[in-house]
Write a protein that binds this ligand. Structure first.
Ligand code: SAM
Ligand code: SF4
Length: 466
């Protein structure tokens, strides 16, 4: 790998100045004007976001949360997409000081899954009811190099269990070359996700001591290479806890603005990982910029207003309570029943090899029940990328209301499929109530679509979508 040229879209000085300006005065009238603008669903500028990041007054914070709830409901309705991570390996060449997988950590049992073990993990996830996976691992492909990843994707898509299968594989692996990204695209991945961890160069250098990941610019330019290779659904995310969270949010806005200017579309998803304790990592126990629960909720609410059509992902790093609260404020995708160690689904006893401690230990069925009991509709739909509704096409359709019109009925039919094939009695009772509540609010045409699709699923058809 050659050393990457310095990226030109990140302006640390501008971020510093914006934060200093916004910190100086809390102008309630200006904040309210920005919140009104956000309610028109057109997103916010970097300067608007800087103002919102500095809101401290409890009454204004309340208004911020109200606006986020409004935008969330207007665009997404009650639907929440579910997925699970599949860790293929915990072997890594890098030295990220906060991660249990880092090369020098001898407190961890190392494991890389064989193709048969990948199949066993996939089978266990399908048997829980999952349709969407995030394939993830340390930076060191096992024997076979990069081809291992392509083989793993093919193997996962090939697994059929009764009426179940994985219909979308998203990927979170270290930065690749354009040619490798092309191969990922040809293997029919959904979203390519990569977390910059921190956009603050000095902190980045302190946190990434060795290995290819020490090159800030190689990582910060990876999403460009993915998009150049034709992957148009990409996911970003800082690891909150490393640098000032307000800096990270503004830098993320600059990253998105760069992608929009260069490729005509920003990111499909943003993940909001917050640092969790990891075996053998002092830094993970004492993050340099610990993000409080209150600030974490602000992050979700502000992102929801800033990029309303971008999916927001919350992992099982967070507790059930935090996940419930942030679902209201803007999160649109959550993981359920997750394990962060390779082999953790087929052999659950071996959690010692995990990447970090989970905050949510519930099974998928329990998560689904809770989500439905809160009035949301859990969705297992994977229609968009299979229908070519990706990248700019997705955004063009999303803006006039696609998410509610297409994804609403699709969520209901995919949830019905889950209930019939995998749901427990209590979960299905909560699910039927959530679906009935949602269908009752639908306009006649969407109600008709939803009822027809549910009838088909009840009659035995699977993978029914629009
Ligand atoms: N190894 C690749 C990489 O770093 O890009 C792929 C995925 S890595 C297994 C997934 C993500 O886990 C990292 O990008 C990082 O944000 C997150 N992570 C690492 N240590 C963590 C910790 N202690 N708590 C929470 N998230 C952590
Ligand atoms: Fe390796 Fe990723 Fe962990 Fe860094 S965060 S040590 S690259 S697995």
């Amino acid at each position: 790998m050659t050393v990457q040229e310095r990226i030109d879209w990140l302006d640390e000085a501008r971020i510093g100045a914006a934060l200093a300006r916004a910190d100086h005065v809390e102008d309630a009238a200006q904040v309210r004007e920005i919140l009104s603008k956000a309610r028109t669903l057109g997103g916010l500028s970097e300067d608007d976001v800087a103002v919102l990041l500095s809101v401290k007054d409890p009454a204004l914070t309340h208004e911020l949360y109200d606006a986020a709830r409004f935008v969330k409901t207007e665009i997404y309705g009650p639907r929440i997409v579910l997925f699970a991570p599949l860790y293929f390996s915990n072997i890594c060449t890098n030295e990220c000081v906060y991660c249990a997988f880092r090369r020098s950590n001898h407190e961890l049992d190392r494991k890389v899954l064989s193709m048969d073990e990948i199949e066993a993990e996939t089978a266990a996830l399908i048997d829980q009811g999952h349709k969407r996976l995030l394939l993830i691992g340390g930076e060191a492909f096992p024997k076979g190099g990069f081809q291992y990843l392509i083989d793993a994707i093919e193997r996962i898509y090939s697994v059929k269990r009764g009426r179940g299968e994985i219909r979308r594989i998203n990927i979170n692996v270290a930065p690749l070359s354009v040619d490798q990204f092309r191969q990922l695209k040809a293997a029919q991945i959904g979203t390519y996700q990569l977390f910059q961890e921190t956009y603050h160069r000095k902190t980045y250098a302190e946190m990434h001591l060795d290995g290819p990941k020490a090159d800030f610019d190689w990582r910060a330019s990876a999403i460009d290479r993915a998009m150049e290779a034709g992957i148009d659904d990409v996911g970003l995310g800082p690891l909150f806890g490393l640098a000032d969270w307000r800096f990270e949010v503004l830098a993320l806005m600059q990253h998105i603005a760069h992608l929009e200017a260069k490729f005509g579309v920003g990111c499909h998803t943003i993940s909001a990982p917050r640092m969790e304790p990891a075996v053998g990592s002092e830094v993970s126990l004492h993050p340099p910029h610990l993000v409080s629960d209150e600030d974490f909720k602000r992050i979700v609410a502000i992102l929801r207003l800033a990029v309303p059509y971008t999916g927001l992902i919350m992992s099982t790093r967070e507790t059930p309570e935090m996940r419930r609260e942030t679902l209201e404020l803007g999160v649109s995708q959550i993981s359920g029943g997750s394990r962060t160690n390779p082999g953790g689904y087929a052999t659950p006893a071996e959690e010692q090899a995990a990447q970090f401690t989970r905050g949510d230990h519930r099974s998928l069925d329990e998560v689904v029940r809770d989500v439905a009991a809160c009035g949301h509709v859990p969705s297992f739909c994977t229609a968009c990328y299979r229908m070519g509704r990706t990248g700019a096409d997705f955004m063009d359709l999303a803006k006039p209301g696609l998410i509610r019109e297409m994804c609403g009925p699709n969520a209901i039919s995919s949830f019905m499929e889950y209930m019939l094939d995998y749901g427990s009695g209590d979960t299905n009772a909560a699910g039927e109530r959530a679906i009935a509540g949602e269908v009752a609010t639908m306009e006649p045409k969407l109600k008709r679509y939803s009822e027809t699709m549910m009838r088909k699923v009840r009659e035995g058809k699977r993978d029914v979508f629009r």
